[in-house]
Design a protein around this ligand. Structure first.
Ligand code: CO
Length: 169
């Protein structure tokens, strides 16, 4: 597996922070054009920050429900809270309704080289990298249409317990 060094991880976090800072500046500029107090449906996407982790060394996420408003631009940070070098790998994969089991099974077939995800899987809406204990990964994606979606870890055998609901309201 193409394991990520801590330095590269920190570098990528730094890049994400920079992008976020730019996003804050941009939204601040946008906010100056129109009062934010009276939001219309035509207003720019709401920026939402989410954080989720594994529950320590257990095969559970520390949240089994995430909710965002419709039209959100979501920045999600996933942290693997297992012990470093424990060999406990996790990811966070958001999938279309009713496809979690199939995505997990195809992930096993895709294997370690693909991070246990079928490449370009159209059932996958967004996903982090497969990361080790103590590592984190931040991703940004547009919320799918309103509805209830599933998220899971696609490491072989984890998806039965590491699973939750992602609600777009
Ligand atoms: Co896992």
């Amino acid at each position: 597996m193409n394991r990520i060094s801590r330095r590269e991880l920190l570098k990528s976090i730094g890049t994400c922070s920079g992008a976020l800072a730019v996003g804050v500046v941009l939204s601040a500029c946008g906010g100056s054009e129109a009062p934010a107090s009276n939001q219309q449906s035509a207003s720019p996407a709401t920026e939402v920050r989410l954080e989720i982790g594994s529950k320590g060394d257990e095969l559970y996420y520390d949240k089994d429900l995430l909710e965002v408003p419709a039209n959100s631009k979501v920045t999600l940070t996933f942290k693997n809270n297992a012990q470093p070098n424990s060999g406990m790998l996790h990811n966070w994969v958001l999938v279309r309704p009713g496809t979690a089991d199939a995505v997990a099974n195809d992930g096993i077939t895709a294997g370690e080289a693909n991070g246990y995800l079928k490449p370009n899987d159209e059932r996958v809406i967004a996903h982090t990298k497969m990361i080790g204990g103590g590592e984190s990964d931040t991703i940004t994606f547009d919320a799918p249409p309103p509805g209830t979606y599933d998220y899971l870890c696609t490491f072989p055998g984890h998806g039965v317990l590491m699973r939750g609901k992602f609600v777009v309201k």
